[in-house]
Design a protein around this ligand. Structure first.
Ligand code: LRH
Length: 499
């Protein structure tokens, strides 16, 4: 029998409704609908366009329903850290902010007076960062004291969207685990952290683990869009990174010596570990601990990734010089290596706009050669990303005391063959290219697991191996790439420039 489920995947530039059909141990994905998903910049604040998103998902579901005989369930995944406030009457109290909003800057000193960044890491296992939910919530509670009396629920974005479709308030573990609100050891909401931020535990409710059926789609929505009234709304893997890692066909023992690189707007370099690594080495290296669907841990670093290239592309297209991503990769491939690098995680690269100027400014401040063409500029970005992957792999090895012999790379960025090859070369490790649709795949797998259609890890891995082929990219010989010189120069600019 065929089982169709829907992944609602809300990414940095688009939202997608993707159906998955599982039959005879084989899974097929099909994009049913796509809409643009840009944060709205108004009065110098960045917000989620949640009304539009809700409406577009309804359209997408209607299109999927026309295409499929029956839909068993749906679940939502998005990027981490954002959330929404719901009041006693069940309605939204405020428009959810998007994490690149800068309001947290103003309140970070006040928060650090209560708890230092290192203490934050020790409490939660989460690397302090202005984008994290704890910084955002602290700013919100200070900016809008009325919230204290009005809030009934705070839900992370995937759970908020599931609430719009099911009417059931919930919060799910993988998305909650990246907020900075959970205790690093117990992985439950930390009363200590919540008290520091002025938040009540009951606003979050139970954090569900390992998948939960919330209930059927609201009757008014199924009626309006002519949907099957029995579609179940599932609390699957809410965090896109968690979902992506669940799509890797690795058994528990293979994970020990494998790293992953999720290659999208963010580059996320990490490793699955049995439990959180909350050591000073991990803190110093900028590593963080997030929860996996199966209860294990992801030790990782978030690196500002292809966001830099996406911003360059947007900027050039506003100037009327639209260039396709594939073309940008070609320009970089044909460019000369000039030995200049940026630190992708420098704060100046995380904010929107003026990306070309920010890169040039960075190169001037660090006394490096300036690029003479767009190709050279792009090559600087790709080489810097791959060098920061290499550096992070070394930091992971140090923090876990395990050596990495394979890298799984997945996400849209793996279409960039130059970046994949640079990663294999600089890390001197085989790179297995996983699915471009890793988050979607993890989302639907978590639904099948919740519905009892996947019984265990072996079956999950069999389904993945039956359904998708993976490719392995091997590194070029060391003497052809001057790795030592590049790593030394890259390290130098990391030290020369304050992040
Ligand atoms: C990647 C991601 C990442 C971070 C960032 C905010 O999409 O989810 O794990 O949390 O977004």
């Amino acid at each position: 029998m065929k089982h169709n489920v829907i992944a609602v995947d809300l990414g940095a530039s688009s939202g997608r409704i993707i159906s998955s059909s599982l039959e005879n141990g084989k899974l097929e994905l099909k994009e049913q609908f796509r809409f643009s998903n840009q944060p709205i910049n108004i009065t110098n604040s960045l917000y989620w366009d949640y009304l539009k998103i809700f409406q577009e998902i309804k359209y997408g579901l209607a299109i999927a329903q026309r295409d499929l005989e029956k839909i068993d369930s749906l679940s939502v995944d998005t990027w981490g850290v954002d959330y929404g406030f719901v009041g006693n009457d069940g309605n939204m109290l405020a428009t959810p902010h998007s994490y690149r909003d800068t309001r947290t800057k103003k309140y970070s000193d006040a928060l650090h007076e209560k708890v230092s960044p290192q203490e934050m890491f020790e409490q939660s296992g989460i690397q302090p960062d202005l984008i994290n939910s704890n910084y955002q919530l602290f700013a919100d509670m200070n900016l809008h004291p009325y919230l204290k009396n009005e809030v009934s629920h705070i839900m992370f974005m995937p759970n908020l969207v599931e609430y719009f479709f099911s009417g059931i308030e919930s919060n799910e573990y993988t998305i909650a685990s990246t907020s900075g609100l959970l205790d690093g050891e117990t992985r439950e909401l930390s009363t200590e952290v919540l008290d520091q931020l002025g938040l009540k535990k009951e606003w979050f409710g139970e954090i569900s683990k390992g998948g939960k059926v919330l209930g059927k789609i609201l009757p008014e929505i199924s009626k309006e869009m002519h949907l099957d009234p029995d579609i179940q709304v599932i609390n699957g893997i809410g965090h896109d990174t968690g979902a992506a890692v669940y799509s890797l066909p690795m058994t528990g023992s293979e994970r020990k010596n494998a790293a992953f690189i999720s290659c999208g707007t963010w580059s996320i370099v990490g490793q699955q570990t049995a439990s959180p690594v909350i050591s000073s080495d991990a803190f110093e290296a900028g590593l963080t601990n997030e929860g996996c669907f199966d209860g294990s841990n992801r030790l990782l670093k978030n690196i500002t990734g292809l966001w830099i290239v996406q911003e360059l592309q947007k900027e050039w297209s506003f100037k009327g010089e639209m260039v396709e991503f594939g073309e940008m990769v070609k320009q970089a491939e044909n460019a000369e290596h000039i030995g200049s690098y940026i630190n992708p995680n420098a704060a100046c690269f995380s904010e929107p706009s003026d990306m070309e100027e920010r890169i040039i400014e960075f190169l001037k401040k660090t006394n490096q050669r300036l690029p003479q063409s767009r190709g050279e500029l792009l090559l600087i970005v790709f080489e810097s990303l791959a060098l920061s992957y290499h550096q992070t792999i070394i930091e992971l090895e140090k923090a876990t005391n395990e050596s990495i012999d394979t890298i799984y790379m997945f996400g849209g960025g793996t279409k960039n063959s130059l970046l994949v090859q640079l990663t294999a070369d600089f890390c001197q490790t085989n790179v297995v290219i996983g699915p471009t649709e890793a988050s979607v795949l993890g989302n639907v797998l978590s639904q099948y697991k919740t519905l009892g259609l996947i019984k265990d890890e072996d079956e999950r891995i069999d389904i993945l191996n039956n359904s998708f082929e993976s490719k392995c990219v091997t590194p070029q010989k060391l003497n052809s790439i001057n790795l030592d010189e590049r790593s030394r120069d890259f390290e130098k600019i990391l030290h020369d420039y304050e992040v």
